[in-house]
Design a protein around this ligand. Structure first.
Ligand SMILES: [Zn+2]
Ligand SMILES: [Zn+2]
Length: 185
């Protein structure tokens, strides 16, 4: 503080040093002469008391910093770190869950794809079987009914008697063409 270093005193009274502090004048340092001079009846405090009060306040602030403010912030930093670790753990868990569910969904999609492909192949096979059956039916109809009928007509027309032709024409009128029993899906 100013009082502890050799100072000449206030501007008006050089060499007298400082003895008081004037509260009224914004903590101005004043000398013995100023007490009865321009600071007469002002609110004065002894410089030593003022200094020890300032020191006490600084000490108090130091205590507050070291015992309360700093530990609080240190604890906040630590807590923040722990919260981060905790939430990191949660994020890892969520990511694992997402991956796990993704794998499950892929398996289900693969399974469903296999089923649909299998179903489609079965349908194709059934279709093939129907086609085969119809081919057989039509072939049978062709070889066992239509071609023999054609043969018969040609035979009657070429070699038959009039009566044969008449009978055949009547037969044709009465029966008409039949359609084979085709299989549909
Ligand atoms: Zn003075
Ligand atoms: Zn004053």
């Amino acid at each position: 503080m100013a009082a502890q270093t050799p100072v000449p005193g206030c501007r008006e009274h050089r060499g007298l040093g400082f003895v008081y502090v004037c509260k009224t004048c914004n903590n101005d340092l004043i000398c013995m002469d100023c007490v009865v001079g321009r600071h007469n009846k002002h609110d004065l405090v002894k410089l030593t008391e003022f200094v020890s009060e300032q020191t006490r306040q600084i000490q108090q602030y130091e205590d507050k910093l070291s015992k309360s403010d700093i530990p609080k912030v240190e604890s906040d930093i630590k807590e923040n770190e722990e919260n981060f670790k905790e939430s990191s753990k949660e994020f890892r868990q969520i990511i694992n869950d997402i991956k796990h569910h993704g794998e499950e969904m892929k398996k289900e999609i693969d399974l469903l794809t296999d089923r649909l492909v299998k179903l489609c192949r079965n349908l194709e096979k059934m279709n093939e079987e129907i086609k085969e059956k119809n081919k057989n039916v039509l072939t049978k109809y062709l070889t066992e009914e239509l071609r023999p009928q054609l043969d018969k007509c040609q035979r009657v027309r070429t070699f038959g008697t009039n009566n044969d032709a008449k009978a055949l024409a009547k037969e044709i009128r009465n029966t008409g063409p039949t359609t084979p029993p085709l299989v549909t899906t």
